[in-house]
Design a protein around this ligand. Structure first.
Ligand code: S5P
Length: 253
């Protein structure tokens, strides 16, 4: 199904907005902005902002973090029209993740439209995050699968994650997965480990091409080093955007 036809299938505001934005902007590209220098991070976002539907951050890798950085990212989000996904990978009990999501120095729930969690602690992790995120219209992705060689997110673990998404579908908007994991089109699958040319990274990351990810039923390709390490970040983002979007058009024909 086309992204615009999926808007009405979900009640979650972040999922609706993302489908809308992807269709409007003709982009299913998310950039993983894994840069520690805040100035380099902002420069990257300025370079790629027009090409992406979603900015994926790891806010805790930023050296000398200040709350002003969040203000800058939110300003860029409004200017270039994208959403923000803080890739926090929560993994604790419900009560603790609730605090990690809303308190501390990052106050993730205040600015990140989307975040994600491991399923390993059980459904309490979803319930804890949902208590603070749902009223703010936030969305959660479950890490039902992962990209690196040797990871344990497979089989029953993946299946149970999909069941929990169905159970908490007002807040869980989809998955990190290597392929489509649910037949229900309201769920969004985002795939990391994407690089033109494929390959790996020496630390067991495994790359697929944008075409392979989209043809396997993914909705959003997540690209980090393929874009931020390129000599021309803007051009690289354009290339990945075109590859992801063309694969989607071909899939939906
Ligand atoms: O299984 C996963 C899940 C995630 S969210 N594998 C991943 O690589 N990621 C994230 O995607 C990872 O934390 C990083 O931010 C990005 C991949 O970056 P790249 O430089 O390898 O493209």
């Amino acid at each position: 199904m086309r992204y615009e036809d999926r808007i009405e299938l979900t009640d979650n505001l972040s999922a609706k907005r993302l489908f809308e934005l992807m269709a409007e902007k003709e982009s299913n590209l998310s950039v993983a902005a894994d840069l520690s220098d805040p100035n380099e991070l902002v420069k990257l976002v300025e370079n790629v902002g027009d090409e992406i539907c979603l900015l994926k951050t790891h806010i805790d890798i930023v050296t000398d973090f200040t709350p002003e950085l969040i203000d800058t990212l939110v300003d860029l989000k409004e200017k270039h029209k994208f959403m923000i996904f803080e890739d926090r990978k929560f993994a604790d009990i419900g009560n603790t993740v609730k605090l990690q999501y809303s308190q501390g120095i990052y106050k993730i729930v205040d600015w990140a439209d989307i975040t994600n969690a491991h399923s390993v602690p059980g459904p309490g992790i979803i319930e804890g995050l949902r208590e603070v995120g749902l009223d703010k219209g936030r969305g959660l992705l479950l890490l039902a699968e992962m990209s690196p060689e040797g990871n344990l997110a497979k089989g029953e673990y993946t299946k149970t994650s999909v069941q929990w998404a169905e159970e908490y579908d007002d807040f869980v908007i989809g998955f990190i997965g290597m392929k489509r994991l649910s037949d229900d089109p309201k769920f969004i699958t985002m795939t990391p480990g994407v690089k033109l040319g494929g390959g790996g990274d020496g630390l067991r990351q495994q790359y697929n091409t944008p075409e392979k990810a989209i043809m396997d039923g993914s909705d959003v390709i997540i690209v980090g080093r393929g874009i931020y390490q390129a000599d021309n970040q803007k051009q690289a983002a354009k290339d990945y955007r075109t590859a992801g979007w063309n694969a989607y058009l071909q899939r939906e024909q």
